[in-house]
Structures are given as structure tokens and as C-alpha cells.
Design a binder for this molecule. Structure first.
Ligand SMILES: [Zn+2]
Length: 457
């Protein structure tokens, strides 16, 4: 039993798509939303009070498609101390903290390298590190494929109905919250053709049968239409990417009829075709450009067909998930539809529609308070300074309201800053036994995330 908390003078967007309400008070009890009142309702004298001063109160954001561990490790220069592989765990924690700071209170991770993400999920639950609620899939179930080599440690390759069933059971054993499978190859792997179905109908059916019988939901990576069709026909719960669906109105109709969720992940196509084109082979950049166009057509067609769309950023850097919301709006959704996608519908994609994603009595109090009106300007959700308060399970955990007035001073790009003190400073002798020059040396060529390199004696 925790002390109740009362949020007053809120402009509330509840995540259901209903118009905003002015001057609302919300009472939080035991981590849940206990009541929603118009102004003047009887006050609970026991409740601590936070006056939102007319700021916008909305559900915490839910990112339905992330890869928390899929970041590039910092690289040491020649001669520098190599970056220890286990440093990865701290960077995973930093990414999760950053997400929470930006109002993302739940993420569904659809593929991680190794078990680091599962460990981070536990650390968040234990309160050891701040972060969103994490849903994990363990390994992605895939056919034996080039992608399995390319994404080494992220896939469980399996062939034939019996083996994919075993692979699915292994993910239950590992602690998965849901199952992810690859119906097609991945656009981001040069050796793969993402057009044909990569798993057979019988294999997909076996995964879905096993998962559903045991009470797990299934997410399917779908690029080419053949694999997408098999996923929809065999009862997969969420379609990831699904960019070719605009070519098959009957499949969009079926998704709408069955109220299943499509996660268009527009950002992943932008990511390759625009942001990082120089890092990718030309063929993959051209493919991403074509797919970006198709994904936009699909958002338009799916939206017109009444398919539920969720926000899945599927990109880096962590914390920028609302960029997908903004892009969905550029693709034709209204800001209110974008917010619903990023809250209620993403929660539905996670199977958490009864628990998070809207501001309703009885739901978990995962809330976000922003300075300004995200209906007029959704991009404010990307601005640290406008994220006023993040509340997780009823507890204020992040945002400018909790930071000192000096917290934002000198805040540059989030990330790592090189130490201006040279690596050998403080040591009486250099490694070769020569006395070091006591005068401070200017740092030379600092690199991200590693100590300043020293020049040889
Ligand atoms: Zn992905």
C-alpha cells in the first residue's frame, strides 16, 4: 500500500482517441489509476498532489518494435585498451534509461543478441536500473538462413514443423514473453532475398499452434507478400513491417476484421535509405528506398481499411521512438491517431491492452506529462526539455520536473564523453620505466567511449 498521488489541472489525452479533456484530476493508488475527476471533485486529503498547471497528461509511450541490444559497440583505436564485451550490459542499461527519460514506459523487444536483454529485463524488475517495462522474445525462430549467420546470437534456426516447435518451446524455457518468427528474410542482410516466404506454411502453423496453446502471442517479421500472407492465414498476432500489404486489400481486410495489429516500422527504412546510407551497400540502400515508398502506401491503405497500427521505431538511437509517431503522421495519420498508435494500439500489440496504453480507472499508472500540445506539435515528444514528468507504476521517475534547474545546462547529445585526463595521468612512471613529464599533455584524438589515447614515449 503506497500513499495516493493526485495529479491536478491536467489537459488529458487518454490514448483511446477521444478528444482531450481540460482541467482533469487523476488519482493514483497502489500504482494504478484510481479515479479520473473533473475539477471540484472531492479531494482525497491523504493524497500528495502534483499541479500539472495545464500541461498535457497522456499515457506513457509504448514502443512495439525495438531491438535494445542492436547498437554498435564503441571501438578502440589501435593501441587503446580494447572495449570489454561485458561493457555491453552497461550500454544496454544506458539505452533503457534513456528510453524511460523520453516517456517510453513499455517496450516490446523483437530480437536481441544473446541473453543480455533478458538480464536487463530482470534488472529493471528488481529496480537495479531504471528502464521501461521490457517484453522479450528470447531468440527469433527462423529457418536456417544467411540471416542466422549475419545476426549471430539473435536467431534460433530450425527446420521442419517438429524442430520449429522445439525452438519455440526453447524460448518459453528461456523466459520469453512472446514468440517472434521470420516468415521472410531480412532486407538488412545482403545475402538474403526478402521477397519469398522463408518458412513453410507448416512451419509457421507449428509455431503459432505451440505458442497459442501455451498462451503466448506471436509476432512475425514479414517483408515479401507470400510470407505475410502465410502469417496472416496461420493466425500470427502482429505483423511486423508488412510493407507490401497495400498490394493485397483482402489481407488488410482480414487484419481489420480480426483486429490484429500491423507495426509498419517506417523508421527502419528511413534509417537505411537516408540516415545511414553511406554505411550500407548500394543495393540495400536502393531496396530500402523502394520499401520506404511501399511502407507509406501500406500505412495509407491499412489506415483506410481500418487496420490497427502501432508505433515501432526499430531504429537507433534509443529514446527517439516518437520519431516513428511523427513519421506515421507524415504518412497520413492525424496526430491523435499517431498518439493512439503509440499508446493504446502498441499496448494491444504487446498483449497488454487491459493493463497499459490508456488512462482509465484500474490501469497501471504509466503516464507522461509534456509541456505543450502534442496534437498541435507531435515533434515535442522528441524534445528532452518538453518531457516534464514520466510516471511509472504510479511513481514519478524522470523528466525535467525532477531535475535540478541546472540539469539541462551543457547537456549535449546523449552519449559518451571522452575524459580530458590522459590515460596515464596519475602514474609515477610510464610503462617503459621513464619518468613521465609532469606537465599536463593536451588530449589527442579522443574517441567515443574510450580513454584518450596516449602518444608513445
Ligand atoms: Zn526489427
Amino acid at each position: 500500500m503506497t500513499h495516493p498521488l493526485r495529479l491536478t489541472s491536467a489537459r488529458m489525452i487518454d490514448g483511446t482517441g477521444a478528444p482531450p479533456l481540460e482541467d482533469v484530476s487523476v488519482v493514483i493508488e497502489n500504482g494504478r489509476i484510481g479515479g479520473i475527476d473533473s475539477r471540484g471533485a472531492p479531494r482525497d486529503e491523504d493524497a500528495a498532489q502534483i499541479d500539472l498547471g495545464g500541461r498535457t497528461l497522456m499515457p506513457g509511450l509504448v514502443d512495439a518494435h525495438v531491438h535494445v541490444t542492436a547498437f554498435d559497440m564503441p571501438r578502440a583505436l589501435k593501441g587503446q585498451e580494447p572495449i570489454a564485451p561485458d561493457v555491453r550490459h552497461h550500454l544496454i542499461a544506458a539505452g533503457l534509461e534513456r528510453m524511460l527519460r523520453m516517456g517510453i514506459t513499455t517496450v516490446r523487444d523483437v530480437g536481441a543478441f544473446g541473453d543480455g536483454l533478458l538480464h536487463a529485463r530482470q534488472a529493471v524488475r528488481l529496480g537495479a536500473i531504471p528502464g521501461p517495462r521490457v517484453l522479450a522474445c528470447g531468440r527469433i525462430v527462423s529457418a536456417t538462413s544467411a540471416g542466422g549467420r549475419h545476426f549471430d546470437g539473435m536467431y534460433r534456426e530450425a527446420d521442419g514443423p517438429d524442430e520449429v516447435r522445439k525452438a519455440t518451446r526453447e524460448q518459453f524455457r528461456r523466459g520469453a514473453d512472446f514468440i517472434k518468427l521470420m516468415t521472410t528474410g531480412a532486407r538488412s542482410c545482403e545475402l538474403e532475398n526478402s521477397s519469398p516466404a522463408q518458412m513453410t506454411r507448416a512451419e509457421i502453423a507449428a509455431v503459432v499452434d505451440e505458442a497459442h496453446r501455451m498462451g503466448y502471442r506471436v509476432a512475425a517479421h514479414c517483408e515479401g507478400l507470400d510470407g505475410t500472407r502465410l502469417a496472416i492465414e496461420e493466425g500470427v498476432d502482429t505483423i511486423e513491417h508488412g510493407l507490401e500489404l497495400h498490394r493485397a486489400p483482402e489481407l488488410l481486410e482480414e487484419l481489420a476484421r480480426s483486429e490484429r495489429v500491423l507495426v509498419p516500422t517506417l523508421s527502419c527504412f528511413f534509417n537505411i535509405s537516408e540516415n545511414h546510407a553511406s554505411c550500407w551497400p548500394g543495393g540495400l540502400v536502393e531496396l530500402a528506398e523502394r520499401q520506404l515508398d511501399e511502407a507509406h502506401r501500406t500505412v495509407e491503405a491499412a489506415s483506410a481499411a481500418g487496420v490497427r497500427l502501432a508505433m515501432g521505431f526499430d531504429s537507433q538511437p534509443h529514446g527517439r521512438s516518437a520519431l516513428e509517431l511523427v513519421r506515421l503522421c507524415h504518412a497520413g495519420l492525424t496526430p491523435m491517431e499517431g498518439i493512439r498508435a503509440a499508446t493504446a494500439t502498441s499496448a494491444a500489440a504487446c498483449g497488454l491492452a487491459d493493463h497499459v496504453g490508456t488512462i482509465e480507472r484500474g490501469k497501471a499508472a504509466d503516464l507522461l506529462v509534456v509541456d505543450g500540445d502534442p496534437l498541435a506539435d507531435p515533434e515535442l515528444l522528441l524534445d528532452d526539455e518538453r518531457i516534464w514528468l514520466v510516471i511509472q507504476a504510479g511513481r514519478p521517475v524522470a523528466g525535467t520536473a525532477l531535475e535540478s534547474p541546472l540539469a539541462g545546462v551543457g547537456r549535449g547529445a546523449p552519449g559518451l564523453t571522452a575524459d580530458p585526463v590522459p590515460a596515464l595521468a596519475g602514474r609515477p612512471m610510464s610503462p617503459t620505466g621513464l619518468a613521465t613529464d609532469p606537465r599536463p599533455r593536451p588530449p589527442a584524438g579522443p574517441t567515443r567511449g574510450s580513454a584518450v589515447p596516449t602518444s608513445p614515449p
